[in-house]
Design a protein around this ligand. Structure first.
Ligand SMILES: Cc1cc2nc3c(=O)[nH]c(=O)nc-3n(C[C@H](O)[C@H](O)[C@H](O)COP(=O)(O)OP(=O)(O)OC[C@H]3O[C@@H](n4cnc5c(N)ncnc54)[C@H](O)[C@@H]3O)c2cc1C
Ligand code: SF4
Length: 328
């Protein structure tokens, strides 16, 4: 690990200013991703700005009946919060499907959203990787790509976003509250926070230098059955090969609303409006679920080792929708 300097600011504005104004500076929260990357010298920040003492560790109700989740709320605390368990079961389940108990006790809401990909070549500094070393090439394209993206990738990068929590938040229409180095607040829909790789896979979010996440807000609890299903290589901690977060409301034998977000498929939490539209007003059943799956996976492309994700995603979605609509 390279040497670095460290500071612990007393306000969000000071933290944002410190990161924006110090070359090679980064925020550190739980450290469960950043420290691993520093030990491997994938990330080499020269200065760490520790945000752990800032007052962002609370979950509060908002005026419209939703929730505001502080950036520093630990994943375990968020999963166990009674308001989350009651109104946003999909989020609680997604959190509990992620990492291990010890990691969830340290991992924070903001850090989880901004954790970096688990592409093995990204972690291996002896291999070309456009995300780690722009312009060097992508070892996963033409290499071993079992865990990689089937939608949303580019000729430069096919890495997936690893967060389970973010997938559930995407289905819930979460919004990300931030503070800029000049002290201004800016809110970003979670849908827009993560960027697709295009030709610049090293630029992963729309955040500007020093822009700090302070909270995530959720609208009031949605109506309907909430499900998070994660398919992975082993039952203990493992990242998703495919995951589905769904909130489905059925009334009078017809689907009134359906929200579905996917993990393991794309470089960001993936949601396809057309797939939700085909379900609205449809009678729950195999035909409607298959049509939704076709929409989600239209344009999907495997890269060899990850071809299996296309039928797996289709089947996982079908199973989730069957359970959610009690047609299983
Ligand atoms: C063995 C293992 C298994 C795992 N399995 C899973 C899994 O199955 N599913 C899953 O979702 N995750 C999994 N994880 C990842 C884990 O969830 C993340 O490491 C964790 O959520 C990161 O949160 P953190 O607070 O520790 O972030 P940190 O490591 O502190 O930071 C991560 C990034 O966020 C930035 N950052 C932190 N706070 C802020 C802020 N307020 N504003 C702006 N930037 C900020 C940092 O600069 C850094 O770039 C696993 C991790 C490990 C080690
Ligand atoms: S998929 Fe992305 S992260 Fe992985 S080697 Fe290619 S460029 Fe790097």
């Amino acid at each position: 690990m390279k040497t670095f300097t460290f500071e612990r600011p007393e306000s969000a504005a000071a933290a944002a200013k410190a990161v924006a104004g110090t070359p090679g500076a980064k925020f550190i929260a739980g450290g469960t991703n950043l420290l691993d990357l520093m030990k491997l010298e994938v990330e080499q920040p020269m200065h760490l700005v520790d945000v752990n003492r800032l007052p962002f560790a609370a979950v509060e109700e908002t005026g419209d009946g939703g929730l505001r989740i502080g950036a520093l709320v630990r994943n375990s605390d968020l999963a166990a919060d009674p308001r989350v368990r009651k109104g946003y079961g999909v989020l609680s389940r997604a959190l509990l499907a992620g990492a291990s108990g010890q990691l969830r006790n340290k991992a924070t809401t903001a850090g989880n959203l901004l954790q970096r990909t688990r592409c093995y070549y990204f972690y291996d500094t002896t291999k070309p990787c456009n995300k780690r070393d722009p312009g060097s090439g992508c070892s996963a394209l033409g290499g071993f790509n079992r865990i990689h993206a089937i939608v949303g990738g580019s000729q430069a990068c096919i890495a997936t976003h690893p967060s389970d929590m973010a997938v559930a938040m995407r289905a819930l229409d979460a919004r990300v509250e931030t503070m800029l180095p000049d002290g201004r607040a800016e809110t970003i829909p979670l849908a827009d926070l993560h960027r697709l790789p295009g030709t610049t896979p090293q630029v992963e979010t729309v955040l500007k230098p020093g822009q700090m996440i302070t909270a995530v807000t959720l609208p009031p609890p949605p109506k309907g059955v909430q499900i998070y299903r994660k398919v992975r290589d082993r039952a203990s901690y493992a990242f998703a090969l495919v995951s589905v977060a769904a909130v489905v409301d059925v009334e009078g034998g017809r689907i009134r609303s359906a929200r579905m977000a996917f993990g393991g498929l794309a470089p960001k939490p993936w949601r396809v409006a057309a797939a939700e539209e085909v379900l609205i007003g449809a009678a729950p059943g195999k035909a409607a679920f298959a049509e939704a799956g076709e929409e989600v996976l239209s344009g999907a492309r495997g890269h060899g080792d990850n071809d299996f994700k296309i039928p797996l995603a289709r089947r996982t979605l079908g199973a989730v929708l069957s359970t959610a609509t009690h047609t299983a």
